[in-house]
Ligand binder design. Structure first.
Ligand code: ADP
Ligand code: ZN
Length: 608
């Protein structure tokens, strides 16, 4: 007998008892007061009886209270003498041959409880079909999706070649674990796919299963979070049990952050805190409990890796991360082409044009563009999709995305391109600065408009003054480039300036690298906001106001000096700054090699 029938039987049992009990309560509410027949006769003589109904020997009716004639009392009694009607008539009492109120009473006493329990039943059923899993406490089969033969392959995922490359190893391993085992290599148990929503994480995970031809178990982190404590944990247990039985296979956990949020932070979703904790612990225990050689690889997706509990990222768990990024202009073109295969596209359309219009779009947004365009064409009763429909569709989707502030207008894009190029160029011309690995101007959610990725050349434990200055220079490069090119500055440099100031302040106040303040250190003191101005200075400030002013002045001067140098560097290389920024506007991404080529050609030009 499965849980469902068990539950049904119990429910019916409880419902029957409940109906009877409620019936009893209602009946006794309406139950008349039993009185002796003699009492009834007395009342009749006294003219207190208002009305009666008689069935057989049973008499029920209403009588007035002797003391308080306003009150009526519902009574019942048994008749002893046969002739009553005359007496009743004598006293002017209305009488009936059948109890009037029984019908109403019966109706209430049976129907109300029945309706009540039926209602509860309907509610439960609705809950269950909504997936809240009221009944399958301890049993999760309904929610774990198992796909035996996935048709999706890497061909269906475009524009994320780097992520694919990194996942290739997982596929090789699942296809043939033997060589890995023989060499004693340890496969990662958990691979975390990190990237903004809609970039194809789920699709990639499925494609890995499709490529390796292994079953694909999937569950979403938010499914784990249920109303009942313990459900999530038992789901996890079940999931791993099932997966191990069909190894080699893939377990995919979507929305890992729903379960794996760092424990300290209070989660903002419905499920109880304790529930999430238990689910997370179970997940960790399961991951630790199996040998990667069993052939189960766990893939998980998240768009907020920074919120994850560090325990999840420890070695032997999700210790490998694969970035699945928003596609660049080429990636977008390929994704568009891929999805355009499903529709009838006019031969004249160049999808590269559409790719250029859709900066910041995710793979899902692009799939949407194609789909929407096909619908538009159908509405216009065209028989193929043209550029016109695609443009209209892009506009519609941009309007939707603007609300999420993921779209950047062309002017902003230009500023960002120069800003980022500024960082990169200063880095290239600053001795000892970290290598520029990548420059991008693809917007990535709220906050980061673009970024210049630098790779440290080696692990460092000490930093020289020159290196610290170099760091400040690179940070200032963005702002200075904006000023140099547009003679105007923007808010885009806020974070850079903050970090530059931080370094400068540390140099002056803590590292003895200032000009006039010497080797003394001046520990930072941040006066908490709740201390009012007239209260004594916050303890920890062990230097005078004069020193504080001097400190501020030195920090300011240091930053001004650095800015002057950065200005020189960038104005000297303004031509190349413009060239690279323009290139960046076209391609949105520049990798290390291409960037280096630009730098080298200029160097050569300036030498000749
Ligand atoms: P995520 O899991 O990252 O939120 P999905 O994998 O669910 O994103 O992507 C949703 C849909 O968007 C996919 O089913 C696919 O149609 C489309 N899509 C997203 N990224 C790509 C891509 N790189 N190549 C092709 N299609 C993509
Ligand atoms: Zn910047």
């Amino acid at each position: 007998m499965d849980n469902k029938t068990k539950f049904l039987i119990w429910y019916i049992f409880i419902a029957i008892i409940g109906v009877i009990a409620l019936n009893h309560v209602i009946v006794s509410q309406y139950a008349p007061k039993d009185i002796a027949y003699s009492e009834f006769l007395e009342a009749l003589e006294a003219g207190l009886i208002v009305e009666v109904s008689i069935v057989g020997d049973q008499i029920e009716g209403k009588m007035r209270d002797a003391e308080n004639p306003e009150e009526t009392l519902h009574f019942s009694t048994f008749r002893v003498e046969p002739e009553l009607s005359e007496k009743l008539a004598d006293h002017g009492v209305t009488f009936l041959g059948r109890p009037e109120r029984t019908f109403f009473r019966d109706l209430l006493s049976w129907v109300i409880p029945l309706i009540l329990f039926l209602g509860i039943w309907v509610l439960i059923m609705r809950r269950m079909s909504a997936g809240a899993g009221f009944m399958n406490v301890g049993q999760s089969k309904a929610k774990i999706y198992m796909d035996k033969d996935i048709e999706v392959t890497f061909e269906d995922v475009a524009g994320v070649d780097e992520s694919k490359e990194e996942l290739q190893e997982v596929i090789d391993y699942l296809k043939d674990p033997e060589p890995f085992q023989r060499l004693g290599g340890r496969m990662p148990k958990g691979v975390l796919l990190v990237g903004p929503p809609g970039t194809g994480k789920t699709l990639l995970a499925r494609a890995v299963a499709g490529e390796a031809k292994v079953p694909f178990f999937s569950i979403s982190g938010s499914d784990f979070i249920q109303m009942f404590v313990g459900v999530g944990a038992s789901r996890v247990r079940d999931l791993f049990k099932q997966a191990r039985e069909s190894a080699p296979c893939i377990i995919f956990v979507d929305e890992l952050d729903a379960v794996g949020k760092a424990r300290a932070g209070q989660g903002g979703f419905g499920g109880s805190h304790e529930e999430r904790e238990q689910t997370l612990n179970q997940l960790l225990a399961e991951m630790d409990g199996f040998d990667p050689r069993e052939g189960v690889v766990i893939l998980a997706a998240t768009n907020q890796p920074e919120t994850l509990d560090p325990a999840l990222l420890r070695a032997g768990r999700f210790d490998r991360h694969v970035l699945v990024d928003t596609p660049d202009v080429n990636g977008r073109k390929v994704i568009l082409e891929l999805h355009a295969r499903k529709i009838r596209l006019s031969g004249q359309v160049d999808l590269a044009v559409v790719a250029r219009m859709t900066s910041g779009f995710s793979g899902a947004d692009l799939a949407n563009v194609i789909n929407e365009a096909a619908l538009l064409a159908a509405r216009k009763e065209k028989n193929e999709v043209g550029l016109e429909e695609l443009e209209e569709s892009v506009e519609r989707i941009i309007a939707g995305l603007e609300k999420k502030s993921r779209v950047i207008n062309p002017k902003e894009k230009e500023i960002i391109a120069y800003h980022e190029t500024g960082h990169a160029l200063v880095a290239a011309f600053t001795p000892g600065a970290d290598r520029v690995k990548k420059i991008t101007i693809i917007p990535r959610g709220i906050g980061a408009l673009g970024y210049t990725q630098q790779l440290p050349t080696e692990d460092r434990y000490l930093m020289t003054r020159q290196e610290l200055q170099g760091k400040i220079d690179v940070l200032l490069g963005g702002r200075v480039a904006e000023q140099l090119i547009f003679d105007e500055i923007s808010t885009g440099a806020q974070n850079d300036l903050q970090r530059a100031t931080d370094i400068a302040r540390a140099m002056v106040a803590e590292l003895g690298m200032g000009k006039t303040l010497g080797l003394s250190t001046y520990p930072r003191q941040r006066k908490p906001a709740f201390l009012k101005a007239e209260q004594p200075p916050f303890p920890g400030k062990e230097y005078s106001e004069a020193t504080a002013a001097q400190l501020d002045e030195e920090v300011r001067e240091l930053l001004e000096d650095r800015k002057a140098r950065v200005w020189n560097v960038l104005s000297e290389h303004e031509q190349i700054l413009r060239k690279i920024a323009e290139r960046l506007l076209e391609t949105e991404v520049l990798d290390e090699q291409e960037f280096k080529k630009f730098i080298q050609t200029t160097k050569k030009e300036s030498e000749t």
